[in-house]
Design a protein around this ligand. Sequence first.
Ligand SMILES: Nc1nc2c(ncn2[C@@H]2O[C@H](COP(=O)(O)OP(=O)(O)OP(=O)(O)O)[C@@H](O)[C@H]2O)c(=O)[nH]1
Length: 473
Amino acid sequence: MKQRAARGPAGALADKIHRYRGAILLVSIPFLLVSFVLFLLPRSPAVPFLSAGRKIVPGGGGGAAADAGSKSYAVIFDAGSSGSRVHVYCFDENLDLLHIGVEIELFIQKKPGLSAFAKDPQEAANSLIPLLAKAESVVPAELREKTPIRVGATAGLRALGAETSEKILQAVRDLLNSKSSLKFQPDWVSVLDGTQEGAFQWVTINYLLGKLGKTHSDTVGVVDLGGGSVQMAYAISEEDAAKAPKVADGEDTYVKQLFLKGTKYYLYVHSYLHYGLLAARAEILKAGGDYSTCILNGYNGKYKYGDDVYKASAAPSGASLSKCRSDAVKALKVDEPVCTHMKCTFGGIWNGGGGDGQKNLFVASFFFDRAAEAGFIDPKVPVAKVRPSDFEKAAKRACKLNVDDAKVTYSRVSVENLPFLCMDLVYQYTLLVDGFALDPHQEITLVKQVQYGDAFVEAAWPLGSAIEVASSA
Ligand SMILES: Nc1nc2c(ncn2[C@@H]2O[C@H](COP(=O)(O)OP(=O)(O)OP(=O)(O)O)[C@@H](O)[C@H]2O)c(=O)[nH]1
């Protein structure tokens, strides 16, 4: 019998395994059988989201850090018209959010947005470098090549037109190609269509509230007022979805089907380009003559939006709430074109039919910002329950002031926004009650962040995009 060379502890162990191999096999067969059967058991069906992918388990509370193997990161840039922002998220294997350091997401924003560099695409791309560097620094080096990075441009770039926006996007793709160590695909740098932006925002808010997987009646609706566009999205019944008007080729459909945690949602979503807060100022001033009854008394200046410059001068008698309101209603084109559907919001757009999915509205972005600056909500709270009539009351107060008194009264309002405070508040009230036909006294929730476990997450569309890209990994 061949003498085995003396071997160390590992060799002794190997000898023991060899000697008792029969018994080991006998014991391990049932375990192997059980794990094979478990693997075959139907798990909740793979739940594709906006695209096919692994099941979504909704957020329920910032899980403790999972081991590195099951962690996945996502880096999403929100290239908005009024600024660029980067969000970094970390998910566990159930797509629950995990902490990144002490926070639950990395969120950094900077102004101006990409559309401010319309004439210099390279400058536009370079403006993202500081955000990219910070984003990469929080992703563990060993995970970077597996971490998707997406850049979603919104109404700001939509308004620039295809040629100019594409030059900026290509400069961003070249930058990511050359400077980023993250997982990048050219089509992950794009102009989000407005319905995608609205759908992602709806997923973000309902994910953070733990409502994904519930019936459509238990979900909340969202309104997101950006600078260039405003989105509304809420879940409707299958019956109402069947009544959705057909749209012309190339136009966004009114209803998207989403599959989230085994539940099929029919999401009514529409984005109104040129009706974001900053774009609406141009629409209102365009309609005016030598002066605007929406501009605070004492101001005589100009308003630049995109490549256009508008006269922005106060009327001799100063701002007038009632006159400004009629200018805002005119700008909304509430009755043009004539509504050919069952019911419309404004601009001839179908209103989605309403219903339980719209009864709770979470209203974000500039709605929250102006309410905080006008002082009727605390800027330090993440959410605040208000009524559309609060915007009217705040407008009544602001429109009476001249720009010098307003500077004292509204210390949180920036110098460039001050002359437009009356206009912004009047427009926001008009958008809610004349545009979206909300009851002036119904309760709505202004939201900046949503509590998630022991932390707060930004109430913005990038999380919805991160969930989609992480669930299709
Ligand atoms: N705290 C916080 N503020 C945000 C976030 N996203 C946008 N905002 C703010 O909300 C306001 C409107 O931003 P957006 O809704 O992105 O609008 P926009 O940047 O003009 O982009 P468009 O959609 O292109 O019009 C700005 O004051 C932003 O600073 C976010 O994720 N967190």
